[in-house]
Every structure is written in C-alpha cells, then in structure tokens.
Design a protein around this ligand. Structure first.
Ligand code: N01
Length: 542
C-alpha cells in the first residue's frame, strides 16, 4: 500500500464509529481494508462538531461500542451525557487500543467510487489523488456529515469571523467581550447558545422556527453507580439492541427493557398526564416522549405532550413575549428531532441575550457588519451558523458513485433514496451503506445501529466467501418493497408532518421522502435476521 494506490478486500469511506468498527471486524476475519478519511483523525461527526456545548443526547453508557466487554469495562465516562471532547477521546482510545490507524488514510476526501464490472471491484478516488481498489466498498459516511450553509443572500459578505457549528476551529473560539449573532435553533444551536451567552457581551439569536427541547439533567456519573451498572453491562446492551427504545440507554441499575409506556394519554386525566410527564421532565433526556405509547402516532396524545413543554417554556422564560416566541406550534412534538439542552430556555432570562423572530421579520441579507431583516439592521462582531446538514443522503450524493453500466447513484435517487434494508442499492454490487436511508439510523442510538449493520455486512461477506460467491446485489423488487415499507411505517406516525431534515425538507430541491426506518432497532434487527435465515432473501449472488 502506498500513498497513491491501494488494493484491498474492502475500501471503507469514513473513519467515524462505523468505519472503525468495520475495520476491526474485517481484521478479525483476516480481510484487508483501507479506510479513507477526510479529517486528520478518527471520530467522524465528533471530530468536526466542536462547537461550544456540543455533547451527545444519548447517555454515555449506552452511546458507546458494545463489541468488547473489556473496552466497556475499562473506559470511564465522566458524565451522564458525554461532551464532544470526551467522545473524541474515546474514539481515539479505541483506535489506539485496537491499532486501527495503520489502515486509515487521513486527509483524503473521496470524490468518486466507480464499480469496474470487468474486474468486479470498486475504484475509489480522492481529491488528493489517492486510489483505493477493493472487492467491496462500504460507505461509512455518516448521516449528518455535510454541513449546510443557509440560503441567505450575502452569507459570505460578513467581514468579521464566521463560524459554522459543524466545522468548528480545533482550538476553540473566545467570545469574551464580543457581540455575537447566531442563526439556527436546532440541536446544535440549542446546545451552543447557553455557552456562548455566558461568554459574549451580547448574543442575538435569530430564530426562524422554535424547537421542542427537554432538559438533559446532565451531571457527573457516580463511580459506585457506574460500577454497579457495569456489573450488568452485557444485559443492558442486550436490551438496547432488542428493545423498542431505539437503542437508547436507561438509568436503572437493574437492566430493564426500556420501552415506551403501554398506555395512551387519551385514557388518562390531565392530572395523571402531567404527573407522568413531570417525572420524565425531572429525569431528563430525549426519552421524554416515551411517556406514552402513542405519543408519535396519536395527535391528541402528541398535543398533550407538546402543551406540557410549551407550559414549561412559559414558566421558565420570564418575558411572556419571548416565551411565546420560543413555543413551537408548527409541528407535532418529536416529529423533528427533540432537542436535549442544558439551560437553554433559562438563557433567555439573561440581559445579554436577545431573541429575534425572523419568521415574522425575515432575514433579507447578511451584511459586512451583521444582518438585515425586513425591518431592522443588527450589527455584531461574530457570526455563528448552526444551520444544519444535508442529512442522510448528502455525503453519498456528494461523491460520484457509479454502479453497473456506469449508472450514477445521483440519477437513481433523483426522486429520493431507494435501498434494500438501508444496506444495499440495486445496481451497485458489493457496495454497502451504513445507517443509510431505509435503516433506523438517526431515529436510533446510532452506535447500536452501526454495530448491527456492520455485523450483518460482515456476516454477508463471510457467507459469500463460504459459498464461493464474488458478487452480491440487492434485488430490485426487494428494494422497491423495502422502500415502500419504510414510507408506510412512517405514514402510520406523525413524523411526516414534521417538515424536518428526516424528510429532506431543510434542503431546497431535495425530494421529500421520509428516509429513516421508524419501526425501531428491535423490529429492524428481526427483519435483517430473518432475511439472513432465509438465505439472504432479496439479494442476488453470483
Ligand atoms: O440542524 P437543524 P442542527 N434562515 O437542521 C435554521 C443532530 N445533532 O445542526 O427550522 C434562518 O436541526 C433552521 O431553521 P428552520 C440531531 O440529530 C445532535 O441543529 O429551517 N434559519 C434550524 O433552526 C439534530 O437534529 C446533537 O426554520 C435557518 C437550524 O437552522 C441534527 O444533528 C447535537 C436558515 C438548523 O437546525 C441537526 O441539528 C447537534 C435560514 N436561511 C446535532 N437555514 C446531539 O447529540 C437554516 N436555519 C445533542
């Protein structure tokens, strides 16, 4: 293997948690692999998203690899929700502990992946001039890895420093004494705003759409509690993988199947509903909506949960007009990713924070010194953009991926992504996607999904080796059925009403297709296992 060319069994794109685990698994089987990574270190989304306040919204003891009992015992998480630096340290620890870096080529941005039919191999090219050839190619490119600049006129005209949450400088930013403007109140903005507000002289938050946020109730983990939890770690993991909770963890010492409550709010009195939601609010975390089995399916239940959060906002935020602006009213709660915060709503009680409603007074342009809305000019020293991602398909379609007969993935997906099980695409033999469209991906604890997908992919490769097959492709009818099933499952929920990035609604011109599989990691795993048991039903081998 040299700097310019490599020939391996498997080319892996991306050295985030998926790429790292795949490399580990392939090594165990004696297969060769090369990982091409755009950054100069491992960690994927946690490498890039270094904005102030960045932390995970899944509990640290669950948002971690389960493949090594030794690893999970030796690694010590310090907080209930790990900070970005701690997760990055963890990723680096894993890379070092399992000696992964020797097969990772850093600072390589993949531009194309082309299937050479005559040789039955993938040729993967990078902007830096490297070519990796592999019998298989696995896209471990993440779901939230292509940052979005907002479609606002003059965005590059701003003369002061401009930072994007998902491309944050490695040595941090000091906002002391500065007037700062931030655009974006999704998960990234909601985490960054309280921290920036503590430093800045003044912070303007330009909000177009308010989001629902629940308190993290973060804090240091108690060492004794962790020790007890870890005594049952294997059993906890089993529940994360099989339960209906989409792989998220629980705070119980005894492993419990953490599933949404069985009952609907419809059968309960308002007092009972508030009591249940209050307990969830006090406990903190994204599992707030797990209070009721039908929170994301029954509009009445959903409204009760949404009302509860709006009333919390009105209680926390002292200025009634600001509180009302912060109350989401345009989408059912949970149909956009629920945010998990530390002191977000409280931040609006500070004298140095101004919420600007750019829904009623739209941004017209970014200027050299700030921002012009229809009726006001705002001046600030520093601009922060927390304006999201071209999610789920952005990284895949950002490369020129060509399959059989030179067919382009971009053409095949012109009306929306189509996959079989979120793992394979018809006409792109020996290519696998990890947590792609059609998989539970972003609706799950993504570490749980990653391990499941990779194990399935590696099993499939082994099956091929064992049976003398060189080529696998998803059957077109299996793909059609799966894609229709993903849509059908989403349609039985309120998710499509969210107008979220799950649907591609945040990117102009992107087809509106609900991309993740909403049935949960347990149901998804059962389908994948059944497909395997049925001789890889829906796949064609040759
Ligand atoms: O991005 P977003 P994000 N003018 O798309 C606004 C994960 N994540 O990076 O809604 C004005 O949610 C846009 O406004 P609107 C998590 O899955 C996880 O925050 O389009 N505003 C919105 O407010 C999350 O869901 C963690 O009206 C404009 C914001 O920018 C996903 O990443 C932490 C605009 C974008 O919000 C994405 O979150 C962070 C414009 N022209 C992220 N264009 C944790 O684990 C865009 N906006 C905790």
């Amino acid at each position: 293997m040299n700097d310019k060319q490599a020939s391996v069994d498997v080319v892996i794109v991306g050295a985030g948690f998926a790429g790292m685990y795949l490399l580990y698994r392939l090594r165990q089987l004696g297969m060769t692999a090369q990982v091409l990574e755009m950054g100069d270190n491992v960690g994927g989304t946690w490498y890039w998203n270094r904005y102030p306040g960045a932390r995970c919204d899944a509990e640290s003891l669950a948002y971690s690899y389960s493949f090594s009992a030794e690893l999970e015992q030796e690694w010590q998480w310090t907080e209930r929700y790990a900070t970005q630096p701690e997760i990055l340290q963890y990723a680096e620890h894993v890379a070092d502990r399992f000696d992964l870096k020797r097969d990772i080529l850093f600072n390589q941005k993949v531009t194309s992946a082309v299937y050479d039919q005559s040789r039955n191999e993938w040729h993967v090219l990078t902007e830096q001039g490297h070519e990796a050839r592999g019998h298989f190619c696995v896209m471990a490119t993440g779901c939230l890895s292509v940052p979005q600049l907002p479609a606002i006129e003059g965005v590059t005209d701003f003369q002061g420093p401009r930072y994007q949450a998902s491309l944050w400088p490695h040595d941090g930013v000091d906002f002391s004494g500065q007037t700062v403007g931030i655009i974006g109140t999704g998960s990234s903005g909601i985490q960054a705003i309280p921290v920036i507000a503590e430093q800045a002289k003044h912070l303007y938050v330009f909000q177009r759409t308010p989001n629902y946020s629940v308190p993290a109730v973060n804090g240091p983990l108690d060492a004794q509690w962790v020790e007890q939890f870890k005594q049952n770690y294997r059993e906890h993991r089993r529940y994360h993988k099989l339960g209906l909770s989409s792989g998220f963890g629980d705070l119980e010492i005894e492993p419990v199947e953490r599933t949404p409550a069985a009952e609907s709010a419809a059968d309960l009195s308002d007092e009972q509903i508030n009591e249940i939601l209050e307990a969830r609010w006090q406990r903190g975390g994204a599992f707030f909506l797990g209070a009721f089995a039908d929170a994301l399916a029954n509009p009445d239940t959903n409204k009760k949960c949404a009302n509860f959060v709006r009333n919390k906002i009105r209680t926390i935020v002292k200025d009634p007009a600001t509180a009302e602006l912060l109350c989401p009213k345009d989408h059912p709660i949970g149909t956009k990713r629920i945010c998990v915060d530390t002191g977000y709503y409280e931040t609006y009680n500070r004298d140095n924070v101004t919420l600007v409603d750019v829904r009623s007074d739209p941004i017209q342009r970014i200027t050299a010194t700030g921002l012009q809305t229809q009726s006001h000019a705002y001046d600030f020293d520093t601009l922060v953009l927390a304006t999201g991602f071209d999610a789920m398909t952005g990284a895949l379609l950002g490369m020129d991926i060509r399959g059989e007969g030179g067919a382009k993935l971009a053409d095949k997906w012109a009306e929306g992504p189509k996959t079989y099980l979120g793992l394979a695409v018809n006409g792109f033999p020996n290519l696998f996607t990890v947590t792609g469209p059609g998989s539970p991906s972003v609706l799950s604890n993504v570490l749980v999904s990653i391990e499941q997908h990779i194990d399935w992919i590696v099993d499939c490769m082994q099956y091929m080796q064992g049976n003398g097959y060189a080529r696998v492709d998803a059957d077109v009818s299996a793909q059609e059925q799966w894609t229709a099933h993903v849509t059908e499952v989403a349609s039985a929920t309120l998710f499509p009403q969210g107008g979220s990035w799950y649907l591609g609604a945040n990117v102009a011109g992107k087809p509106r297709v609900f991309m993740p599989y909403a049935a949960g990691v347990g149901a998804y795993r059962e389908v994948c296992d059944a497909v395997t048991a049925d001789g890889y039903r829906g796949f064609e081998f040759s």
